[in-house]
Design a protein around this ligand. Structure first.
Ligand SMILES: Cc1ncc(COP(=O)(O)O)c(C=O)c1O
Length: 379
């Protein structure tokens, strides 16, 4: 018998399992609730779903799936770059933005190099770094300061071995949004130290004044900047898997050469090209979510045993501040009733009293909050 485990590469031997929201499949089977009767507050996608024009284009293109995806997809780069006010050669497309997190890390990280990750944040930065054998320094963001990033602390954490700093703006799961000037100064500082800044803007489309906060316009000035975007959240294409990165043409070219061929499928591309052009959908979604978030915040604030953190995007981080109930117990209890929330106990920097909920349609939010209230802080 071959002991396969001994053949596995060093950095893959100790990979830890990571958890994500959105596993409606498991919940549906476990509690015998049909998929369409579950309300998923755990994954931060747009409650309006996919723009109709994107769906139409996918349907009309079904007969094309016997062909390989267009390897150049200039038409898609054109649409994505227009949507972000950059040039097509600033854009690289990925199989969900997750592919680009892994690609970027693979290209720049190997054993002996280090990444810096302010936490709590999205788990895949850590997972990708582990996979490619890098070391990690975590910077804890303080709940008492609403998880605002301490840029001075971040600067101090940079060492000679630092290659990448992962920033998420707005950050998940905290909802924290950082000012452009602060990030810009930091990118400049990192550039002087030869450090790359990987800036995840997957949730920026949900920010009311997104152009004011996005750093996409600076990729021409800073070669060390990579901006990440996704179409799986705001445009609801989670199952189709598509995202993109924005960077200088030099950085884009390096990544394109390293990327797996045909990783993005044709249907995802056909959906994406229409989705980003749908101005009505964009306006309608922002209006709905503005109102819906305001109401949801008020409802949560009226529950004395919960603390809701300020959020500039489409999800809220909530802490159970009284009683014995844990986020895991709450998550399980809600799951039995057909609601999926994100238990945040596995996030570095959080614990078993934090959970995250997505802002959905007002009537769905009311149902969730009424059900949460019924727990009335009981176990
Ligand atoms: C902050 C953040 N970045 C990236 C991703 C990956 O998204 P996708 O691969 O669906 O584009 C997620 C998914 O939850 C996320 O929350």
């Amino acid at each position: 018998m071959v002991d396969i485990s001994k053949l596995v590469k060093e950095s893959f031997r100790t990979l830890s399992p990571y958890f994500h929201g959105g596993n409606v499949w498991e919940l549906s089977e476990k509690y015998n609730i049909p998929l369409d009767q579950l309300i998923d507050f755990s994954i931060s996608t747009n409650p309006l779903g996919v723009p109709e024009k994107a769906l139409q284009n996918i349907r009309q293109s079904l007969n094309l799936i016997s062909h390989y995806p267009d390897p150049d997809h200039e038409w898609l780069l054109e649409a994505l770059s227009n949507s972000a006010d950059v040039e097509p050669d600033n854009v690289i497309v990925g199989n969900g933005s997750t592919e680009l997190i892994y690609l970027f890390t693979e290209v720049f990280i190997e054993s002996g190099y280090e990444v810096i990750i302010p936490v709590p944040t999205f788990s895949e930065y850590k997972a990708a770094t582990e996979r490619f054998g890098g070391n990690m320094t975590f910077i804890n963001c303080d709940p008492a300061k609403n998880f605002q990033l301490n840029f001075e602390e971040l600067k101090r954490a940079i060492s000679k071995k630092t290659r990448i700093i992962f920033l998420c703006n707005p950050n998940s799961p905290t909802g924290c949004l950082h000012e452009k000037d602060d990030i810009l100064r930091f990118i400049g500082f990192a550039a002087e130290k030869n450090v790359l800044v990987f800036l995840d803007e997957d949730y920026i489309d949900f920010v009311d004044d997104s152009k004011r906060y996005s750093m996409a316009e600076y990729v021409g000035d800073y070669d060390n900047l990579f901006v990440l975007r996704s179409l799986t959240k705001f445009f609801g294409l989670a199952g189709a898997r598509i995202g993109f990165g924005i960077a200088s043409p030099t950085l884009v070219e390096i990544l394109r050469r390293a990327k797996m061929p045909w990783s993005v499928n044709s249907l995802a591309m056909f959906g994406a090209v229409e989705a980003v052009k749908d101005e009505d959908f964009i306006k309608k979604s922002r209006l709905l979510l503005q109102r819906s978030k305001r109401e949801m915040l008020e409802m949560f604030r009226a529950i004395p045993w919960l603390k809701v953190y300020p959020s500039e995007t489409n999800f809220l981080l909530v802490e159970i501040i009284q009683g014995e109930l844990t986020s895991t117990q709450l998550q399980k209890g809600l799951a039995k009733r057909g609601f999926l929330i994100r238990d945040c106990k596995d996030f570095d920097g959080l614990h078993h009293r934090f959970f995250r909920v997505t802002v959905r349609r007002p009537e769905e939010n009311i149902k969730l909050i009424e059900t949460i209230k019924s727990f009335s802080n009981q176990k």
